[in-house]
Design a protein around this ligand. Structure first.
Ligand code: ADP
Ligand code: MG
Ligand code: ZN
Length: 632
């Protein structure tokens, strides 16, 4: 988004106005007087003088009196230059002296109609319309060029474009296109039925909320839901995105909002959808930097005014979407405005499967596809990501020459979308590969040897472009909403398993565990500062989460002393996990070697293969006598 300083944007406009003013001034001095020769009023004495001065340079060729003999008009021609001029003068009706003079005046016809030199209409057009037309023409030719330098828009199209209002008379989407958002859909069905039958609500006198706010992380289907509401109710869908207001001149956003609501009122019943409302609906700061936020505030104020202004029974329903509800101005959320909040959360296991199914309908799939497995492997994925997984799988199927999408295509695209493309041909030394294999088996083994840990489904040492050198995929059997302290500790122990294996086998450590360290720290910190799983602190919120839908950066809410104590406990917690992981691996040293060897050979192994090796008796001779960390 470009950020214009309003003063900068107006500079060229001022320049443009100066040019136009100059042109008009010059034309008034040099052009118009010759085209538009108007009557010149002279005094009685001047009139007398001109009549007396017959032999002078002006020759009077015609004279006329108006009906009541009060005004005299006279056409004079300059003898030398041939220039013509009409003079008018006020006279008395019974001025015999003047009549005498006129009669005596040779060559002049009295009472001849002297035509106006320029028709009044033409004069009017020339003096009023020409400048305006010039103004516009010049504006359209010059301004875009001037403004281009300033990166602005065409001022003369002020009333027109800029923030586009998109109107769809048929969105073509229905609730069937939205999967896994049952609660949101239920909350929206009332709006649908209201739009469907406005009359019934009006009869009873029921007023529906004017606005509903769809709140949730990106890609969860908020826009899709809004469209589906319009589609279900078969009403027009007006949409505008908050971010489009940002680049406009002061006052334009407000004008656009007015425009939007006017159009919507004409088309009622209909849906007005304001996407990314947080960009205009941010809290207004009373301190107010001068100039900076004017535009946004004006737009927001206009929006509030329009929402208050329109008749709730007309059938205009305003939907808005945001992923940052906490930054919205409270005025937006007051009754009569967006007082209904509809959460649109990330899909759960069932939701994910349903979303996959919706999108799988559009591609040809093999009969034995297990979408449930895909759903289980994509915990935390949004609807948009799931749609992308299906598409990536279809692309892969084409690349691989399959005539329908296979399970392997889907599994592969899960990783493509979630972990980045496979980096084929990246060179890794044998020794590094061995370290990575032990590291990943370390994770997997620690997970498998703890009760209630999520089962391992896949281990690979094929690097990803995301930077991960290896990857151990664990999939929870069921969706979990609550995390117990034990489960958190299991996760921590599993996270430290990779590094622990490196320590045990190679006696040294590598940088390969940086991601694990980051994750472990975050989890341990959250346990202590937010989940109340600390040994030292009771149920005290030591950190608050900002932007809960955007990854959530946290801010500390405690004293420096407490903060030091937190750091200490985070360290202790991770150490506890680390030691447990080391103990598990030491107890399972033979299995660690055996599995690492197997992974080194295969590069990628499945959860079943992993479990099969893990569960077979140790006494079995090894497949290959390559010894790792043990004497020959
Ligand atoms: P948001 O507005 O919440 O960021 P969108 O509505 O733009 O998300 O979703 C982007 C795309 O992701 C949709 O067009 C659709 O293809 C897919 N999608 C997201 N959520 C769902 C869902 N619940 N069911 C089906 N498809 C979905
Ligand atoms: Mg959207
Ligand atoms: Zn790791």
């Amino acid at each position: 988004m470009k950020d214009h300083d309003p003063r900068q944007t107006w500079k060229p406009v001022v320049g443009y106005l100066a040019i136009v003013a100059l042109i008009m001034l010059l034309s008034n001095i040099f052009i118009f007087p010759t085209i538009l020769k108007t009557d010149r009023e002279i005094s009685y004495s001047d009139l007398m003088e001109k009549l007396d001065n017959q032999g002078g340079e002006e020759k009077i060729t015609a004279v006329s009196l108006n009906e009541d003999n009060r005004t005299l008009r006279m056409l004079a021609e300059n003898v030398k230059t041939g220039e013509k001029q009409i003079y008018t003068a006020n006279i008395w009706p019974g001025d015999d002296l003047l009549l005498e003079k006129l009669r005596a005046y040779e060559g002049a016809e009295i009472s001849v109609e002297i035509p106006t030199q320029t028709s009044p209409l033409l004069a009017f057009l020339l003096s009023w319309f020409l400048p305006i037309i010039m103004f516009i023409v010049l504006g359209n030719i010059l301004l875009p060029r001037i403004m281009k330098g300033a990166g602005g828009q065409n001022v003369l199209s002020l009333g027109k474009a800029n923030a586009k209002i998109y109107i769809e008379s048929e969105t073509g989407k229905t609730f069937a296109d939205v999967a896994g958002q049952d609660e949101a859909k239920e909350a929206l069905t009332e709006i649908v039925s209201f739009l469907h039958d406005t009359g019934r609500y009006k009869d009873i006198g029921a007023k529906l909320p004017k606005g509903a706010l769809l709140v949730g992380p990106p890609g969860t289907g908020k826009t899709l839901l809004a469209k589906a509401v319009a589609g279900e109710a078969k009403v027009p869908f007006f949409s505008i995105s908050g971010s489009e207001f940002v680049e406009m001149f002061v006052g334009m956003g407000a004008a656009k909002v007015r425009d939007l609501f006017k159009q919507a009122a004409e088309k009622a019943p209909c849906i007005v959808f304001i996407d990314e409302i947080d960009t205009i609906g941010k809290k207004r700061d009373t301190a107010g930097l001068p100039g900076g936020n004017d535009e946004r505030e004006q737009t927001l104020n206009q929006l509030l005014a329009e929402m208050d202004g329109f008749d709730g029974t007309k059938g205009v329903v305003i939907l808005a979407a945001t992923n940052r509800p906490e930054i919205l101005d409270p005025a937006l959320l007051r009754p009569g405005r967006f007082d209904r909040r509809i959460p649109v959360e990330l899909p759960d296991l069932r939701g994910r499967e349903a979303i996959l199914r919706v999108h799988a309908k559009d591609v040809r799939m093999q009969g034995d596809i297990d979408l449930n497995a895909i759903a289980r492997a994509t915990s935390g994925a949004s609807g948009a990501e799931l749609a992308n997984i299906i598409n990536e799988a279809a692309l892969r199927a084409v690349r691989e020459g399959h005539d329908a999408v296979r399970q392997e295509d889907l599994m592969e695209s899960v990783e493509t979308v979630i972990a980045g493309y496979q980096r084929k041909g990246a060179v890794i030394s044998e020794r590094e590969k061995k370290v990575i294999a032990y590291h990943e088996i370390g994770h997997a083994l620690v997970a498998a040897r703890q009760k209630n840990a999520a089962p391992v489904t896949k281990i690979t040492i094929i690097p990803r472009t995301s930077g991960a050198l290896g990857y151990t995929m664990q999939v929870e059997e069921d969706e979990k909403v609550l995390l117990t302290r034990e489960e958190a500790m299991i996760q921590l122990t599993t996270l430290t398993g990779g590094r622990s294996a490196e320590e045990i086998v190679f006696g040294s450590v590598t940088s390969g565990a940086s991601n694990d360290i980051e994750k472990a720290t975050r989890l341990a910190r959250a346990m202590i500062t937010r989940f109340g799983m600390s040994k030292h602190f009771d149920m005290v919120a030591l950190e608050t989460v900002n932007g809960q839908y955007l990854g959530g950066d946290t801010s500390l809410a405690c004293s420096p002393e407490t903060s030091a104590l937190i750091d200490q406990e985070v360290n202790e917690t991770i150490r506890e996990a680390h030691e447990k992981a080391l103990a598990i691996l030491k107890d399972n040293r033979e299995k660690l070697d055996e599995l690492a060897q197997f992974l080194l050979e295969r590069e990628t192994i499945t959860g079943e293969e992993f479990m099969a090796i893990l569960n077979r008796p140790i006494s079995l001779p090894k497949a290959e006598p390559i010894q790792l960390g043990e004497g020959q």
